[in-house]
Ligand binder design. Structure first.
Ligand code: NAP
Length: 246
């Protein structure tokens, strides 16, 4: 079968399409015939040598969508099941960017019936990242959440999943992405940058030198005495009180 690998680190030209044996599933594993897989920043990192592994053959690809093709002992999937899977690893000889991939059964989920494999293949890495972050935050319905990069791969999932949990989301993204971010379920939107004031539910206080460099609430109200205000660089840091800076 064909698989995308790197043997020498570099840019996109470093990716090789290699002929390799079809992998066999062991106990508790399944083999997926890959129909589609997303390209994520981690793939570029592996390709460029960010994670090491010089001298080895490294497989690319963390996201896969396809159908179960072979099942190992005690793997609770059936041949033919449409699935998505997370294929994590920065030092393995094979990744999801291959015609077949073997993964642990626990890394496999039923593919959504409403989208094709190309779309389903974008779910595992970024969807899991967003859902795990939300699980760790453990916010109650009605809580407020600021999602930065709200139009991005992880952020767009985070906005939708948080809104689905009844959380009041403020999405931060570029101004041109406001319609998209709101359509994902964000109740508020901000495109404010370091020197701009943020409108809506969030107001920023930025300073230049303090490690406590941001305050996400209070600015423009109580913290105004420190020099904060909409559209202004604070004269003193609301975190440490040092200043003044202009
Ligand atoms: N398992 C994990 O821990 C895991 C998994 C996946 C990702 N991540 C991390 O999560 C982060 C986001 O990844 P991603 O894949 O979602 O990235 P992404 O798709 O590139 O999304 C980032 C978003 O932020 C926007 N953005 C960048 N600079 C901005 C600015 N100054 N003002 C407003 N918007 C700005 C980008 O807009 P433009 O496209 O217009 O620049 C883009 O929409 C990264 O740090 C990544 O490493 C972690």
């Amino acid at each position: 079968m064909r698989a995308a690998v790197v043997r020498t680190f570099g840019g996109p030209d470093a990716v090789e399409i290699a002929e390799v044996p079809v992998p066999e599933p062991g106990a508790g594993q399944v083999r997926i015939k890959v129909a589609a897989g997303a390209l994520n920043p981690v793939d570029a990192g592996v390709r460029a040598g960010f994670f090491g592994g010089a001298g080895k053959t490294l497989g690319l690809g963390w996201d896969a969508a396809g159908t179960v093709d072979a099942v190992g002992v005690a793997a609770a999937w059936q041949v033919g099941d449409p699935v998505v899977a997370l294929v994590p690893g920065v030092s393995d000889p094979l990744g999801a960017h291959a015609e077949y991939v073997v993964v642990d059964a626990g890394a496999v989920a039923k593919a959504p019936a409403t989208v094709d494999a190309v779309h389903a293949g974008t779910l595992p890495l970024n969807g899991l990242t967003a859902v795990q972050a939300l699980d760790l935050l453990d916010l109650a319905p009605g809580a407020s959440l600021l999602v930065t990069g709200a139009a991005g791969a992880v952020g767009a999932f985070a906005v939708q999943l948080a809104a689905h949990r009844g959380i009041e989301v403020t999405g931060h993204a570029r101004a041109g992405d406001e319609e998209l971010v709101r359509s994902l379920g964000a109740a508020h939107f901000t495109a404010g940058g370091p020197r701009a004031s943020s409108r809506g539910a969030w107001t920023r206080c930025w300073t230049r030198r303090c490690s406590v460099s941001r305050r996400w609430s209070g600015c423009g109200t109580g913290a105004r005495t420190w020099g904060c205000g909409p559209g202004r660089t604070p004269r003193r840091c609301a975190g440490c009180g040092r200043g003044p800076w202009r």
